[in-house]
Each structure stands twice: as C-alpha cells, then as structure tokens.
Design a protein around this ligand. Structure first.
Ligand SMILES: C[S@@+](CC[C@H](N)C(=O)[O-])C[C@H]1O[C@@H](n2cnc3c(N)ncnc32)[C@H](O)[C@@H]1O
Length: 276
C-alpha cells in the first residue's frame, strides 16, 4: 500500500478546518508542522477532484502552497527491527514481532506487527493494561476492547481464555493492522471501525478494556458501566496519575468501584468492578 503525502503550507488559523475537510474526503493521518500540515492518504482512497475542490476553496484565504509526493516505500520489517525490541510483561507474556524468535519459556506470547498503530507493550499504558489483565480471570468470559490499536489487549484476552472478544478503533489504519495481528495470533474476531456509540456493542460483557485518554474515558464511562455485567471488571488506562481522582469520581456514582491502581512513568492504570 502506498501513501500519498501532501505538505500544505497555510495560515495557522486554517489548519483545523483543512484537517476536518481533508478527513471528510478520506485523508487519515495528519502532522501539524511549523508551516502548516502534512496530510496523508492511501493512494487507493485518494479522490483528486474532491482534493482540488478543497484546495481551491481555501487557497487564497489560507495562503496555501502545496507540495505533493508519494511517501517513500517503507520496509516495515526493517523499521521494526530497528525500533522494536521484544518486551516481557513480568513473567506473564512475551510480546514480539513476527521476525523475532519465539521464547517458549513464557506462558503466553503475543505476535504484534505494529506498523503505524499504537500498542506494542512498550508504552506504560499498554504494559500496565496487560499486567492488569493477568490479574483477572478471563476464562470463558466475554471481553470488549475499546480503542484496540494493534489489538494487543484483545489478543491477550484470547490467550487468557476469553470465549468471545470484540474490538474496535476509530482509526482505520489500526483496524487493518489489528486484523492482521488477530490473524497472526489465531483470533477469528474482526476489529470494527468506529466509536463505541457507532459500533454499539450488544449484550453484556464480563470485562471491558479501555486504554484511550482521559476525555474519551470520562465521556464514555457510563456506556462501559451499562455494558458490564454485575461483578464485571473495567480496566482503564491512558491518563496520568494525577487524573486518577477525576476518573474515580466519574466511575463511583455509576457503581464502578476502584479495586486496584498502579502507575508507571506517571501513566496510571485502574481496575474497577461493577457492584450491583
Ligand atoms: C493509547 S492507544 C491504545 C491501543 C491499545 N489498546 C493498547 O492498549 O496499546 C488508544 C487507541 O484508541 C483509539 N481511539 C481514540 N479515541 C477513540 C474512541 N473514541 N473510540 C475508539 N477508539 C479510540 C486510537 O485510535 C488508538 O488506537
């Protein structure tokens, strides 16, 4: 898959609207730069007419100048080999890429080819989510993974014996990558695209996993609570240690009781349990 790259110089106050307009015509990644934005789209998704229309509309007011190119083909395996070492979470699980040798001495092993998605176990949030999953009985349980990224937590749930795992993410690059990782780890479930409101998961879950960010978690906490069975577990991360209180204040009135908390590199992770 080739990605097209557009380096768009523009006035600062037009960045946001240009990102919104380009998102609507299929661009899926943006980098804000000193001079404007770099925008990326899959070559196969690119609609030249729609793009030219957006540029024409804002060209004068936003003082746009444009440079267009194809993102150099990346040899992902080489990139990963340079940047991605395997990682062990305690003695629970060994996370590696497909080009790393296996380590049979670990109880569980996850193979993640992360491409551009978040979730290799190196970040303190993912690491602690995996560790907390290891504390919870997943055997025969129904698990929901919100903001699944590479799919690493969904894979962990599967390895820990979950009978059903549902996963979704708002980023379609993650969905493609997540499904590749599900294939690599023997999960037949498919990652879906969207927010929890759009995906609208059905039925109740024993475990809900959500490593996203403070604002999304606060906004969606009542939905997680509604989706949980009584005594079910909600595992959260993606926020700083100083935000634990805010998260807990939002969770408590929903009947979600904080039963464990930890921090690593100032990133927090919580285990909450739904009480009847
Ligand atoms: C911090 S990463 C976590 C990825 C993985 N679950 C892990 O633990 O490593 C957060 C993920 O949530 C996704 N995301 C952000 N907002 C979201 C939302 N409202 N609903 C679903 N996914 C969201 C992002 O695209 C990203 O892949």
């Amino acid at each position: 898959m080739d990605y097209l790259e557009f380096k768009i110089k523009c006035l600062e106050q037009f960045r946001e609207i240009l990102i919104a307009e380009l998102s609507m015509i299929g661009f899926n990644s943006f980098l804000e730069t000193e001079e404007g934005i770099d925008a990326y789209t899959l070559e196969s998704d690119f609609d030249r007419t729609a793009f030219d229309e957006v540029m024409d509309q804002y060209k004068v007011d936003a003082e746009i100048t444009l440079e267009e190119g194809i993102m150099p083909k990346v040899n992902w395996n080489e990139e990963w080999e340079k940047n991605y070492d395997p990682i062990a979470v305690d003695d629970l699980v060994y996370v590696r890429a497909s080009f790393h040798p296996s380590k049979p001495e670990f109880k569980h092993e996850i193979v993640i080819n992360p491409k551009m998605s978040f979730g290799t176990g190196h970040h303190a949030t993912t690491f602690q989510m995996l560790r907390n999953q290891g504390q919870i009985d997943h055997q025969g349980k129904r698990v929901l993974d919100v903001g699944s990224g590479t799919g690493i937590l969904a894979v962990m749930a599967h390895l820990l014996g979950a009978s059903e795992v549902e996963a979704f993410d708002i980023d379609d690059w993650c969905v493609d990558n997540g499904n590749e990782n599900f294939d690599l780890n023997g999960l037949t479930t498919r990652m879906e695209l969207g927010t929890i409101r759009e995906v609208n998961p059905k039925g109740e879950f024993d475990i809900v996993l959500a490593n996203i960010n403070k604002n999304v978690l606060l906004d969606e906490m009542n939905i997680y609570g509604d989706l949980l069975k009584n005594d079910g577990f909600l595992l959260l991360s993606g926020f700083y240690t100083q935000d634990i209180e805010d998260l807990n204040e939002c969770a408590t009135p929903l009947g979600l009781e904080l039963i464990a908390q930890q921090s690593k590199d100032n990133w927090a992770a919580l285990i909450l349990q739904k009480k009847a």
